[in-house]
Design a protein around this ligand. Sequence first.
Ligand code: SF4
Ligand code: FES
Length: 257
Amino acid sequence: MRITLKVWRQKSIRDAGGFATYDAPDISPDMSFLEMLDVVNERLIAKGEEPIAFDHDCREGICGTCGLMINGVAHGPRAATTTCQLHMRSFTDGETIVIEPWRAGPFPVLRDLVVDRSAFDRIIAAGGFISIHSGSAPDGNAIPVPKNLSDLSMDAAACIGCGACVAACPNASAMLFVAAKVSHLGLLPQGQPERSARVLRMVNQMDGEGFGGCTNVGECEAVCPKEIRLEFIARMNRDYMKASLTYRKERAAGGEG
Ligand code: SF4
Ligand code: FES
């Protein structure tokens, strides 16, 4: 394949940035999208030019590190597919592919296609955990969990924190990500003691980081590589409403930390 790349290049967080165009001949349709970028970078380095900076780690669709706007779509044209699992056979010979970083105020561009997603880490630190006395692993059947709830919790836990939902949303809302994280703990017995505090703290942190509100556009669900469903946002909204009304009473009764 021979493709043309229009890639966002930006030297630093303070640089204005702009598109650069690269001719990329001899690209195998069996290469992953990131392998194609590796090849382009090797050629740039051989010519003495700066390689294109982009994030990646597992390249197996599980770490959430990769994430590019490809022809205006977060993670590109294939549904339920991370950028690292996208292959060049999803494009046509001679095509021009536009590659940009996530565009969202709370994800500032650090360099080229690399954005700072530490806002997600701070949201997790605000409440995405359970507090337990650690020790040896408890007996498998010690805490019964209904199958329907464990399935739903596993669906929510599939979120890899890639940020595509934020990048696709016209409001740069992080509701799908936060809803997945709130739900996967809130659905399990182990997550109940801190359920109210968790949703209040995580939503509060999300708002403080500058993410926008949800207006039910649904772009987040459409681009999510792990198919996290909008219904988790409705679930989080219910939890948030209930916690807003009851949390002080629960604290006064010594129910939550
Ligand atoms: S909800 Fe989906 S798109 Fe958003 S961070 Fe999680 S995996 Fe990525
Ligand atoms: S590099 Fe880990 S999900 Fe893509």
